[in-house]
Design a protein around this ligand. Sequence first.
Ligand code: EPU
Length: 432
Amino acid sequence: MEQYIIKGGKALHGEVSIGGAKNAALGILSAAIMTDETVTVENLPDISDIKVMLQAIEEIGAKVDRINEHSVRINGSKIDSMSIDYEFIRKIRASYYLLGALLGKYKKAQVALPGGCNIGSRPIDQHIKGFEALGASVKIEHGMIQAEAKELKGTHIYLDIASVGATINIMMAACLADGVTIIENSAKEPHVVDVANFLNSMGASIKGAGTDVIRIKGVKSLSGSEYAIIPDQIEAGTFMFAAAATKGDVLIKNVIPKHLEAITAKLIEIGVSVEEYDDAVRVTASDRLGHTNIKTLPYPGFPTDMQPQMAATLVTSEGTSIVTETMFENRLKYVDELARMGASIKVEGNSAIIVGVSGLTGAIVSAPDLRAGAALVIAGLVAEGFTIVEQVEFIERGYEHFERKMQGLGATMAKIDIEDEKAVQKFKLKVS
Ligand code: EPU
């Protein structure tokens, strides 16, 4: 078990390069097994969730060659199992994408039913509704979702919620259905578009991804492809907030500025300067930031995955801010941890009410989940003195070499073994 130790109070300066999008990669790696030909995927983030997904597809018989830390070659011609164990679902919920991929290709799949997780209860009724509409019979027995169909038939599906996961799962299965499928009220997130682009590069016929109506014309089979994943909007946004909160000056490279519009707009509103280039953004802040209110919404609204990092930035801004989470019921668990660092923040219903304080002080805090963990690191970078962030395994699910990238921007931060008291002392001595 490892932890981050941070000595805060230093502005971040320099350049950082953003990796491939985790949530696009999870869909793309699942879709890669839908052809018997070889697929090469580049710009994969080197994070633990991706390792688990690669293990899951290897386990069912796919050949996985890791070309280097950011590229992989996958061949799904020898898949010999249609069943994904709870072991994988427990580690990454997104292994349920293999349900759509296997059902599309083999008309049969069995995947452990994901339970709730740290951020909320997370039902998958819309995924199931979509598979049933395509003609599959779906039952849940002994903790497994079993889906089977003689044939999948194109259909009209209206999603009650614009769910990212349901859109991707149904889109995959529908690619190999007979006829045309229309998904209405589909999710519009950039990673939905990236998975659709990848499937199209394999010979699928998907139109309208990125709007709320997606039209999929089923094809007989998919072929091999070489594909590079889009940059991670949330990793980019996290560094934007870290730069702003520490009153730094950071050039964030390898991004698609359009995907960052909601984040950029909120930063500008609180007094941060954001310059946009073709594939980079520069974030600079010097004076104390102002207050604002945010409400999480599906894309192009403010992303739920950026909500904790925004709150960590607002706790030292001037005035009162309200941060409202509308997507997941348990995504404010970092509030008590920030309060331990001196923030004036409390939860009312599904909102965090923040009264900006002039500074934070370092403390031992624990990451309740991935994005909340990143938010606590931002708070640690701002705080006076030492902060220890425990449970970094959550953060490493979604951020590649987080501490190294922060060090590259001048942060005084290290990852050390939780048992290694000497390493803590050594770090403190070295940076004092
Ligand atoms: N929902 C249902 N029924 C369903 C599916 C979803 O009620 O069948 C609800 C959820 O409970 C939630 C809302 O719909 O309230 C939106 O959920 P969605 O399905 O869009 O989320 P997801 O696909 O489970 C992905 C990301 C999350 C991100 C959300 C929202 C992946 C692997 N995960 O989850 O990412 O927060 O979309 O944008 O793509 C993260 O990266 O830290 C993360 C949690």
